[in-house]
Write a protein that binds this ligand. Structure first.
Ligand SMILES: [Zn+2]
Length: 391
């Protein structure tokens, strides 16, 4: 790994305007890794293909250009050589361990718009020699459903939101699901199990800018992933102090260095994803992270940390949104009214919340966090995946 890193640094010193300045500082002394500045989204925007292009290495042929922005907001662009992109697909194929040549696999990742996901997943699936249905999640839902009903794939890969929108309880021929991009909620996992599908595995942990980072072996739990140590250096840093966290169980932001990206290098890139180091129960003997969620779903109130997912899982099967008032330390839980379900009283809700996260429990019991509950006809619409509104 060290060798790969030094080879990359040597290349960037000679061929990359942005990084030659940074690495030149270490020319006459040892490289102190933690002195290398973090790379942020804003910098990729400013110095990458959307900006002055200083981040782009010279003397390499651009194969693909992908957009890494969503459908709204300013797009960022990143470039890969064909060799770099092939390697991403090679690692991605490893994430689909468990897909057999006899499987019929529906690819429901999003296609078009200069996005990388659909293309890379399709190439990875080719390596598994399975039968591929290249449907794409942004095809009209009725059409997706009819393709699924007609070809009866036993495996689906895609984003949880897309998968949940097209699956119905009668599609019991679907036996394997690999998901990416976001997490399944407990309620969605229960639905899939009721449908007869209990093979639900992460299709890998990737960041749109840094590409594939980690995979899930068959013995890991839903959010746990082994690092691809030949491909990425992963650090977890404290959100407040930016110091590297080495101990287990402490949550911080994932920072990655991609050892194989020469054209658009990704060195100490802040992913905005939260995770902690864990000791897995398998025997793979690899560094392992447990993903906690996006920086956006992380809630800190009265110096207690918890996550939207904690509350959503605790109040399953209700659908919930949260309003967070930081100045008064008030957490308002909005619960969508559902006639088919017994209304929970406030005491039971509080009990469930306290059981979902020990920090939230302490905050409530020490009267530092006030919880309010409101039943609403419709949950407020947010443009984020996670329903947390700050007041
Ligand atoms: Zn393992």
């Amino acid at each position: 790994m060290q060798e790969k890193l030094y080879k990359l640094i040597d290349f960037l010193r000679e061929n990359n305007e942005y990084y030659s300045k940074i690495f030149d500082k270490f020319r006459n002394r040892d490289l102190n890794w933690q002195e290398i500045p973090f790379l942020t989204r804003d910098q990729i925007y400013k110095y990458g293909l959307s900006g002055d292009k200083k981040l782009l290495s010279k003397n390499l042929k651009i194969g693909y250009i992908f957009s890494t922005g969503g459908t709204t907001g300013k797009p960022k662009y990143i470039a890969y050589t064909f060799e770099e992109f092939d390697l991403v697909c090679f690692y991605l194929a490893h994430c689909y361990e468990g897909i057999e040549p006899s499987d019929i696999v529906a690819n429901l990742f999003m296609v078009g718009n200069m996005w990388a996901s659909f293309i890379s997943v399709n190439k990875a699936l080719e390596k598994k020699r399975c039968t591929i249905l290249p449907i794409a999640g942004n095809t009209e839902y009725t059409l997706i459903k009819s393709y699924i009903q007609y070809f009866k794939p036993n495996c689906i890969v895609g984003l949880p939101t897309q998968i949940m929108q097209v699956l119905s309880i009668d599609m019991n021929f679907v036996k394997k699901i690999y998901y990416g991009g976001e997490k399944f909620l407990e309620s969605q996992i229960n639905f899939l199990k009721n449908m007869g599908c209990d093979f639900i595995r992460s299709g890998g942990y990737a960041s749109v800018d840094a590409d594939i980072i980690a995979y899930q072996c068959k013995d890991l739990y839903y959010d746990q992933h082994h690092i691809f140590v030949d491909h990425q250096i992963v650090e977890i840093i404290d959100i407040n102090t930016e110091q590297v966290i080495f101990e287990y169980e402490k949550v911080g932001e994932i920072v990655v260095t991609n050892l194989d990206r020469y054209l658009c290098p990704v060195i100490r890139y802040r992913t905005g994803d939260l995770a902690r180091w864990i000791k897995p129960k398998c025997n793979c003997n690899l560094p392992t992270i447990e993903l906690i969620g996006r920086y956006d779903d992380w809630i800190r109130l009265a110096s207690y940390d918890f996550y939207y997912k904690d509350l959503a899982d605790a109040l399953y099967p209700y659908s919930v949104s949260l309003k967070v008032n930081r100045s008064q330390n008030v957490l308002t839980v909005l619960i969508k009214k559902d006639k088919s379900l017994k209304k929970l009283d406030e005491e039971e809700i509080l009990e469930r919340l306290k059981n979902s996260n020990w920090q939230l429990k302490e905050g409530i019991e020490n009267n530092l966090i006030t919880v309010r509950v409101e039943y609403v006809e419709e949950l407020p619409k947010t443009n984020k995946r996670v329903n947390v509104i700050y007041e």
